[in-house]
Write a protein that binds this ligand. Structure first.
Ligand code: UD1
Ligand code: UDP
Length: 384
């Protein structure tokens, strides 16, 4: 069996790696070695519990209010020890976090080839999202296999001169995870009373710390003042730059539920119960369209243009007036709402992890030991 180091550290990486770990376990030639850096702690543990992922190594690296340099240096030192110990045939990383950058760099230093899951996302602005755009550009430079979720992300890599032999359009494993979890999420539904409408809010991006986050909270208060039928659910990211501001500005409103981060099944149930979602999250931008929920993205640009161009997501930035106006349009205009709530995801078909493992088997062994008939990614959007 060839060992594949699967490295992840934060909530979204674990959600999107869970299907890959499952597919590796089903392979008769490849074997996952699960390395949790725990760049996140409680939010990572929640995902590992839901997907029943056990770790072979848990580096327990999170510190309260950690700095980018602090977490990066701890990651590099610890991952170097682990990867020298494991000596894998390849390392798999997912997305654009500091864990991804460090694991790719340490693998490169140790001559271990890297497979990048969710490759090729770009805004072409190194400061936005910060530092994630830099993380994925550098990882893209170091990787041997690029598992691109969409045609546009594959094209971004080709435009940067990445060899087409190394770029594979697999779809995004987030849809594999969503389909798997949704089967169980229905067992714990989130109820909304008749006549009430739920607005689900999440935010955590560094670009939105400070004034933008305050403007987002002002928009929430303004919407509540104008619409009696509206309730807010806001699972608050534990980063103190987010939680302190959100609790101080929204904590006392009777129609706002501020809660700790929800486990994945409960969060899916909340998305299904929501009328509208407003969020700066990458993963939520991919999941909401699959669930037929309009998502207004609290950012000025996105590396996920597909949902915006197909009309199921909209970029609304962080100005209070624009957020209020965009939510109100959906609350008041039924045909506009129906247009955005089509329920079509351009991000995957649920077979992405199997494709990734089949490609690794081909490349590392010269043949596929299992799952040898994974169909190519369909071009049509998934309808749930
Ligand atoms: C990180 C990623 C970001 C990703 C996000 C997903 C980087 C630079 N950022 O941002 O790309 O979109 O995760 O959520 O890699 N904390 C806890 N408990 C937890 C998790 C976080 O208390 O389970 C608090 C800690 O105080 C921690 C802080 O949040 O120091 C920041 O965590 P960090 O991973 O550095 O940044 P995120 O903002 O979570
Ligand atoms: N999520 C969750 N619980 C929550 C909020 C989000 O499980 O309370 C999930 C969500 O469904 C998505 C992922 O976390 O799959 C997104 O993580 P996050 O927004 O932290 O990071 P990003 O995707 O922006 O990197």
């Amino acid at each position: 069996m060839k060992k594949i180091a699967v490295v992840f550290g934060t909530r979204p990486e674990a959600i999107k790696m869970a299907p890959v770990i499952r597919a590796l376990k089903a392979s008769s030639t490849l074997q996952p070695v699960v390395i949790a850096t725990a760049q996140h702690r409680e939010m990572l543990d929640q995902v590992m519990d839901v997907f029943d992922i056990g770790s072979d190594y848990d580096l327990d690296l999170m510190r309260p209010d950690q700095t980018l340099s602090g977490i990066t240096s701890r990651l590099i030192t610890s991952l170097d020890d682990v990867l020298r110990d494991v000596k894998p045939s390849a390392t798999l990383v997912q997305g654009d976090t500091t864990t991804v950058l460090a694991a790719s760099l340490v693998s490169f230093y140790n001559h271990i080839p890297v497979g990048h899951v969710e490759a090729g996302l770009r805004t072409r602005d190194l400061r936005n999202p910060f530092p994630e755009e830099m993380n994925r550009v550098v990882t893209g430079r170091l990787a041997k296999w690029h598992f691109a979720p969409t045609q546009a992300s594959a094209q971004n890599l080709l435009d940067e001169g990445v060899s087409s032999d190394t770029v594979f359009m697999t779809g995004n494993t987030v849809i594999d995870a969503l389909l798997e979890a949704r089967r169980h999420a229905s067992k714990m539904p989130c109820h909304v009373a008749d006549g009430r409408r739920l607005l689900l809010v999440t935010t955590h991006r560094r670009e939105n710390f400070g004034e933008p986050l305050k403007r987002i909270c002002s928009a929430v208060l303004e919407l509540l003042a104008r619409h009696d039928s509206l309730d807010i659910m806001f699972p608050v990211h534990p980063n103190p730059n987010v939680s302190v501001v959100v609790h101080s500005l929204l904590g006392n409103h009777p129609r706002v539920v501020l809660c700790k981060p929800l486990d994945y099944l409960s969060f899916i149930a909340a998305m299904e119960a929501a009328h509208i979602i407003i969020s700066d999250s990458g993963g939520v931008q991919e999941e909401a369209p699959a669930l037929g929920k309009p998502v207004l993205v609290l950012r000025d640009e996105t590396e996920r243009p597909e949902a915006v161009s197909s009309g199921v997501a909209a970029l609304v930035g962080t100005e209070t007036a624009r957020i209020v106006e965009s939510v109100e349009r959906l609350l008041l205009d039924r045909s506009e709402y129906a247009r955005m709530a089509k329920g079509a995801s351009p991000y995957g078909d649920g077979l992405s992890a199997k494709r990734i493992v089949a490609i690794l088997e081909d490349s590392l062994l010269g043949y596929r030991s299992s799952m040898n008939s994974v169909p190519p990614l369909a071009r049509t959007a998934l309808q749930l």
